[in-house]
Design a protein around this ligand. Structure first.
Ligand code: KG4
Ligand code: ZN
Length: 363
């Protein structure tokens, strides 16, 4: 009889409380994600104190529900993995402390996972499961609300940082533009839905040349350009209409948004999104060439963006591009389990004294 390796993983680095069970590297037995969308939406961004309180409320039901859906008892687990950083320290603490307590009570090994390594492994898991594994060396473009990084993945677990944002993360730029225009938080998914209704070439946003590492990103100039564009026009009325729509209904449909968003604003959204995508893919192409990548991984919340997905397939990156399915693009615990498996095999276990690290780096 072969023994199966089953890892329970917990993710709580930002505003999602998530737990998942993965068996033998690629079999997802369950995945539960409790989003705090309703809590933070009205504030236009994640409020750290509220996030940790929500994690405290959600952690026990989320883990129980993941265990129940997988039909497993704690005795059947091989290890517990948890995100140790980077992220909001008060949020990380909830998931990590829960995982430590579980390991102590059930005498299970603890595996500490870097959140960014998790995003990379969401793609590794799915590509292996689907029979076209990521070929190494791979270029990983991690684009989320907190990160915009380019890594060289030489082998599993060996990373080299090639470039990163010097200011805002790509998702943060989406969220700030969304908030500025009265679309609430997070702005990324709404801009993605509305951009196809505008003309992406209407406003020619340009990017400043980067001094130093040319694989670094910068989004603050684009954000300021959008702000200037908005300030130069009288948009107060339409912004107020969108805010009152959101006050009545926390999840307006695309049609409802379209009724309060004039063509000029749709052009702005489309042009902004195109500029972000061009900035991401331009640097990814140079990076892929520079390291002779055999594949490209795009992961993190912004990897859900349909414009980015379409453009990445059209752009000649010189090798296959792998995206995670949308549910594994945004924060989840399956990716944390996926990253924990190689550590389990290597016996890389964490001491129960391990601490959450808000600024943990991958390379
Ligand atoms: O990976 P994630 O769930 O959390 C972080 O680790 O940050 O990413 C969340 C980010 C948010 O900034 C959100 O606006 C962005 O991902 N996002 C999107 C889309 N879906 C989520 N951005 C653009 N288009 C989308 N469809
Ligand atoms: Zn993330």
């Amino acid at each position: 009889m072969t023994t199966r390796t089953r890892i329970l993983a917990i993710e709580s680095s930002c505003d999602e409380t998530a737990a998942a069970l993965v068996e033998d590297e690629i079999v997802i037995l369950s995945s539960v994600v409790a989003s705090q969308f309703e809590t933070h939406g009205k504030y236009g961004g994640v409020v750290p104190e509220l996030a940790s309180r929500e994690h405290l409320r959600a952690i026990v039901p989320v883990v129980r529900s993941a265990m129940r859906q997988a039909g497993l008892e704690y005795e059947q687990l091989s290890a517990v993995a948890a995100t140790v950083g980077p992220g909001l320290v008060g949020s990380l603490l909830v998931g990590l402390t829960f995982a430590k307590a579980l390991c102590f009570a059930r005498n299970l090994p603890l595996i500490a996972v870097n959140h960014i390594e998790g995003h990379i492994h969401a793609v590794v898991l799915e590509s292996r499961r689907d029979g076209h594994p990521v070929e190494l060396p791979a270029l990983a473009l991690i684009v989320s609300g907190g990160h915009t990084h380019l890594f060289e993945v030489r082998e599993r677990g060996v990373y080299r940082l090639l470039g990163r944002t010097r200011d805002d993360a790509a998702g943060e730029a989406f969220d700030k533009v969304g908030k500025l225009l009265g679309f609430g938080y997070p702005g990324g998914p709404i801009i993605d839905r509305l951009a196809p209704f505008g003309n992406p070439r209407a406003i020619p946003f340009t990017f400043a040349k980067m001094k130093g590492n040319t694989l670094d990103f910068s989004f603050s100039g684009l954000k300021t350009a959008v702000l200037r564009w908005v300030e130069a026009r009288d948009m107060a009325h339409e912004i107020a209409r969108r805010k009152s729509l959101l006050a009545e209904n926390s999840r307006p449909t695309t049609n409802e948004w379209l009724q309060v968003t004039p063509p000029m604003t749709l052009d702005l959204l489309a042009s902004f999104q195109r500029a972000v995508i061009e900035e991401l893919l331009r640097r990814a192409r140079v990076a892929a060439d520079s390291m002779a990548a055999r594949s490209v991984i795009v992961s993190g919340g912004v990897a859900c963006n349909s414009g980015l997905r379409a453009a990445a397939l059209e752009t000649r990156l010189g090798c296959p591009v792998h995206f995670p399915s949308p549910t594994l693009s945004t924060d989840n615990a399956v990716m944390i389990a996926a990253a924990a498996f190689p550590k389990f095999r290597r016996g890389e276990f964490a001491d129960l004294s391990v601490v959450a690290q808000a600024n943990l780096v991958l390379a």
